[in-house]
Design a protein around this ligand. Structure first.
Ligand code: ATP
Ligand code: FE2
Length: 342
């Protein structure tokens, strides 16, 4: 039996989750939002620094777990915004020292994927659609491989930028979904799939021009944006399913909260005879539980750092001196991570 506390701080959200033997005991967060304009990394980091201790105490209270029952501290090491990541690692090291417990560095994108296993998906192709990232990922020979991705913007950032252009605050996704549901009038937009990859910057320019021309209602543009961009995502995901021969599709990342995207993905899966999985919304957007969840899997396989050389008699992969050197990895890619826990 182990109990792991996970810290998420890669971008707008500071979250803490506690997981014990794969069961989520608590998953709380506080998200930096704006009424208008986008996310300013240093402001988001300031938010995280101010809120961390409060969220930590609340997590302990809600889960009724006392500090001494925590076996390890997992945190999001990257990728993400450096100022935000730095607040996360600072808090993780502080807790690791205070509780005298190991620290587990977790890759944020892979955590988005691994938490999907809670739906009982075993070996899925994952359509990972979040703010900064848009990738089609599947496991093959020791790593999570990227079968397709965006060549420029992440789909969440694309949606948020479009929202900002229309004077909607951050995050734009839920508001755009609402506006899209009020129209059925399709306006032609560029459809940009290049092999297994997609590109969004041309569509963004086109949408901006159409919005600025004042000839198109917001609702029509939101509807058409969703229909076009989600079709591009589903097309590439379907091709990855065909290529890998895998029989499961899993959605992950904040944009996967979108019910229209879920509907299109389910339809494609039904037509192909593939099983479709999507975790609940609070596990799709950034959260601490997914970091604790993967952290626990890694912890059980000795992928952690500790000040002492021997921990419970288990072999430790990292040396003691590495603890102080342990740093954030703002640009680490999914396919750089050796998956040692499988
Ligand atoms: P990354 O994982 O790339 O670091 P992130 O951490 O910023 O990205 P998430 O919390 O996974 O992202 O997702 C946030 C994004 O999800 C935002 O861009 C937001 O607009 C988008 N989003 C949330 N709900 C919806 C929705 N219903 N429809 C579309 N997009 C949505
Ligand atoms: Fe994320």
């Amino acid at each position: 039996m182990s109990t792991i506390l996970g810290i998420e701080s890669t971008a707008h959200t500071f979250g803490i989750g506690i997981v014990s033997d794969g069961k989520i005991l608590v998953n709380i967060k506080d998200t930096y939002t704006t009424e208008a304009g986008g996310i300013i990394p240093t402001n988001a980091a300031k938010h995280h620094a101010e809120i961390s201790e409060k969220i930590y105490c609340e997590a302990l209270n809600i889960s009724k777990i006392s500090e001494d029952k925590i076996d390890a501290i997992a945190f999001s090491q990257g990728p993400g915004l450096s100022p935000c990541l730095l607040e996360g690692i600072k808090f993780a090291k502080h807790l690791s020292k205070k509780l005298n417990k190991p620290i587990v560095p977790v890759h944020h994108c892979i955590a988005h994927l691994e938490i999907g296993k809670i739906t009982k998906a075993k070996d899925p192709v994952m359509l990972y659609v979040s703010g900064a990232n848009t990738q089609i990922i599947a496991y093959s020979t020791g790593k999570y491989r990227i079968f397709g991705e965006t060549l420029d913007l992440g789909v969440g950032n694309f949606i948020d930028t479009f929202a900002r252009n229309m004077g909607i605050g951050f995050p734009g996704g839920p508001k755009i979904q609402q506006l899209a549901s009020e129209s059925k009038n399709y306006v032609e937009l560029p459809y940009v799939v290049k092999g297994m990859d997609i590109s969004l910057s041309g569509i963004l320019t086109n949408l901006k021009q159409k919005f600025n021309s004042k000839n198109y209602p917001k609702e029509d543009l939101c509807y058409s944006m969703q229909e076009t961009v989600f079709a591009m995502l589903i097309e590439t995901a379907e091709r990855a399913l065909a290529h890998t021969g895998k029989k499961e599709l899993l959605l992950g990342g904040g944009v996967a909260c979108n019910s229209r995207l879920q509907e299109m993905a389910k339809k494609m899966c039904d037509e192909r005879g593939v099983k479709f999985f999507v975790p609940p919304n609070n596990l799709l957007t950034d959260n601490g539980a997914m970091i604790a969840y993967l952290g626990e899997i890694m912890f059980k396989k000795n992928g952690f750092l500790f000040k002492k050389r021997n921990y419970d008699g288990r072999k430790i992969l990292f040396e003691e001196k590495d603890f102080d050197k342990l740093d954030i990895k703002p640009r680490q890619r999914t396919d750089e991570v050796e998956v040692l826990w499988k």
